[in-house]
Design a protein around this ligand. Structure first.
Ligand code: PHB
Length: 398
């Protein structure tokens, strides 16, 4: 009996397991999950029209992690980086570099809504924990929502849902809308259209150009001919500075009021110069929020990175804060998915933008501020929408 083949097999196996475990080769999964490094993947634009946005987000994430001694729930981190170039056609391939090749435990990405759709597919297929630090594409937290995907930024219509009423209240009842024609611009328009028409405004024309084109001249000529009270827009990154400068150079500044989703004036006030002065925007952050939390954040960010933070840096920082809360709740064992997701769903993020919570479909419930650009600063005028949630239409988790 003692020498039966099955008993020998058991003995051999367990001997092998002991040997392997002592040499660190074959640790059981639960032990591996808590002993190895946590693999964090950053998929962000480091080149192209949104490159500075990617850098600010990475800075923010690292700042939050550095406040924890560079670790997540006491575990060391191994970082992986992919430049997504804001190129939607490479979205799936680039996400798989992190998920399949690098086997990351968590993917942080990205900025561009079109690229996000590729990440969303990979996230849903693989189940890898995915944190969206910017891209506002509605589907990510609506019809294509997923238990393992959390957004720490905004949905594309959130900022502009707070814009229309302000414009009408200022007496600007006839507007032209202009944007890049892709998901972010189109969905920002949805929010603008809803809020502006509801408040009694009329949209006389909807103008667009393909991302990332910056040939605004012909469109500005058309705006001059249309003579609206106001222009409302979505542009972001260095191209937004060019838009404001071209708007002024075309002689429209001072004649037609310029409004925007607040990304228009984020990170570009110095580049835009006086062309930005007086531009009114709505956004979930403002550099001039005079709270101890924001002041401390701004001081430490500037010290660490030798540049001023903007909304993208805040979103990156909050992504780090959310990941830290989740990881702490499972003592660093990210394989405990139900507990991890529960902790992240219930998280209250003490952000430089103000405290925010997670909606059922995993998008921030947050205040939207009305700001005016003045001498290189986005000055807060007030809260344009309180605790605004995305409706999460069509989201079914599970
Ligand atoms: C987006 O593509 O979702 C996007 C990009 C830049 C922004 C905001 C949204 O500033």
């Amino acid at each position: 009996m003692t020498n039966s083949p099955s008993r020998r097999l058991v003995l051999t196996r367990s001997a092998a397991l002991v040997g392997a475990a002592s040499s660190g080769l074959l640790l059981p999964e639960w032990a591996l999950a808590q002993s190895g490094k946590i693999r964090v993947g950053l998929m962000l634009p480091y080149s192209g029209a949104f490159a500075p946005l990617g850098v600010a987000i990475e800075n923010g994430v690292r700042m939050a992690i550095n406040e924890q001694g560079g670790k997540l729930a006491g575990r060391e981190i191994e970082w992986f980086k992919v430049d997504d170039e804001s190129e939607p056609s490479k979205g799936i391939e680039n996400a798989n570099k992190l998920v399949q090749r690098d086997k990351v435990d968590v993917l942080i990405g990205t900025v561009h809504s079109g690229v996000q759709m590729g990440i969303q597919k990979v996230a849903r297929d693989s189940g890898v924990l995915t944190l969206i630090p910017n891209a506002g594409v509605h589907a990510a937290t609506r019809a294509l929502c997923a238990p393992n995907v959390f957004r720490t930024s905004f949905s594309n219509s959130q900022p502009t849902l707070a814009l229309g009423q302000t414009m009408v209240a200022k007496g600007h009842k006839k507007a032209v809308w202009i944007t890049w024609k892709y998901a972010a611009g189109d969905e920002a328009y949805e929010g603008f259209k809803e809020s502006y028409t509801k408040a009694g405004g009329t949209i006389v024309k909807e103008l667009g150009l393909p991302f990332p084109n910056v040939e605004f001249q012909a469109l500005l000529t058309e705006i001059a001919a249309l003579k609206p009270d106001a222009v409302a827009c979505f542009f972001a990154g260095p191209s937004a500075a060019k838009f404001m400068k071209d708007f002024a150079a075309a002689g429209l500044k001072g004649k037609i009021a310029l409004y925007g989703s607040g990304f228009l004036t984020e990170g570009v006030l110095e580049a835009a110069g006086p062309a930005a002065d007086g531009v009114m925007t709505t956004l979930h952050y403002s550099d001039s929020l005079d709270t101890p939390r924001n002041n401390k954040f701004r001081l430490e960010y500037a010290k660490a990175f030798k540049m001023q933070p903007d909304v993208y840096a805040v979103q990156g920082y909050d992504t780090g804060l959310l990941l830290i809360q989740g990881a702490n709740a499972v003592k660093g064992d990210l394989s405990k998915k139900p507990e991890l997701y529960k902790a992240m769903e219930g998280a209250v993020i003490d952000s430089p933008r103000g405290k925010w919570t997670m909606s059922k479909s995993h998008n921030p419930v947050q205040d939207i501020y009305l700001r005016v650009a003045e001498k290189g600063e986005n000055k807060v005028i007030g809260v344009a929408a309180k605790a605004l949630a995305d409706p999460g239409t069509g989201c079914r988790m599970g």
